[in-house]
Design a protein around this ligand. Structure first.
Ligand code: SAM
Length: 333
């Protein structure tokens, strides 16, 4: 785990310690067996199934190998946005709900050296066991408390935490379950709640429903939105972001993929008890760089704007050339 004493933006790649812990468990594991398991798991997801299909250690390892790099990259990007908006946030406790193999816990630990109490819960025993096995190799995560059970029941007795994360979880519940979970998650949040979902129209719809439900209960949005109002996007548009991450040899084998990278699309919302001081605009797409100007799709405090930055405004144009989809940028451009 990184040696620093202040929160920092983190890379989308799995930390070396986690990668080593995973690699150690993969020694002697047949790649074709893992590929078959990973394919069955993702087929089940595509058919509307859930992680219940992960039943054994071999399934859990195949799931981790296939999906952990991508979900880690999505959570890392979302946490980076929180660090940028709330630079003074120094959480000590984390509650990772639907933690699976512990992906979000590893990412949060990488961002905040201040975290020293790690609690997780999940309904899947095979994923819980793998998470504890991987955490054994980390001096900080070794003491992680991990409860097994349905989140709706176990959250009631969970201790509140400064930071609560539910990553790629709420899509595994029906709408009533999602609403109930949103209330429970917020009840356990002392400062910030992060919810991440796949960057599909359906994942975005779940994020927006949870966002609206909790705003109505008095919470504030820290990221990605620069406001607590209604999302200005209308169908068929949806708010999502993307991260490109390199594929390891093992990942290519397990996914049966040729390309040396994958693009993970995700939607997220970070919610807090108190309004954030700074509310920059958010880039909702990769800006288009034309000969005469750069065109950028921005969500600002006053809604959705298509902003044009002419080449003749040299300094602004140079700044805008560095903008990337998902970045927070000054709202006065
Ligand atoms: C797609 S995995 C994501 C795991 C992890 N958060 C990540 O980002 O890699 C979804 C996880 O949510 C858990 N889950 C789904 N519904 C749950 C519920 N009602 N209670 C507890 N865990 C649940 C599953 O067991 C699974 O581990």
């Amino acid at each position: 785990m990184a040696k620093h004493d202040k929160q920092q933006m983190i890379s989308p790649n799995l930390p070396a310690e986690l990668k080593a812990a995973l690699d150690a468990r993969l020694v002697g594991v047949s790649r074709s067996d893992a590929a078959g398991r990973a394919a069955r798991i993702s087929e089940s997801y595509r058919g509307g199934g859930n992680s219940g299909i992960v039943r054994s250690r071999a399934d859990a390892l195949a799931y981790a190998l296939a999906r952990m790099p991508a979900t880690y990259a999505a959570v890392a990007a979302s946490l980076n946005a929180v660090v940028e908006i709330k630079p003074d946030f120094t959480p000590q406790s984390l509650l990772d709900v639907g933690a699976g193999p512990g992906t979000a816990t590893w990412a949060a630990a990488e961002v905040w050296p201040s975290l020293d109490r790690f609690a997780s819960l999940d309904a899947n025993a095979a994923l819980r066991d793998l998470a504890l096995e991987l955490a054994r190799d980390s001096s900080r995560l070794r003491a992680m408390a991990y409860r097994h059970g349905d989140a709706h029941a176990t959250l009631a007795n969970a201790e509140a935490a400064d930071l609560v994360i539910a990553s790629y979880v709420i899509g595994e519940m029906d709408e009533a379950g999602q609403r109930e979970l949103a209330t429970l998650l917020w009840r356990k949040t002392r400062d910030t709640l992060l919810v991440v979902e796949p960057g599909t129209p359906a994942g975005y719809a779940r994020i927006i429903a949870l966002r609206e439900q909790l705003i109505a209960a008095g919470v504030h949005v820290a990221a990605p939105c620069p406001h607590d109002g209604r999302c200005p996007l209308r169908q068929p548009d949806w708010c999502h972001f993307t991260r490109r991450l390199p594929r390891s040899q093992a990942h290519k084998q397990v996914k049966g993929a040729g390309l040396p990278f994958e693009d993970e699309k995700f939607s997220y919302v970070a919610l807090t008890h108190t309004p954030v001081a700074r509310r920059p605009a958010r880039l909702l797409a990769q800006p288009m760089v034309g000969k005469a100007e750069i065109t950028a799709k921005l969500c600002s405090s006053n809604g959705l704007n298509l902003v044009r930055i002419p080449r003749r405004t040299k300094a602004a144009y140079a700044r805008a050339r560095r903008w990337r989809w998902g970045d927070a940028v000054p709202s006065e451009v």
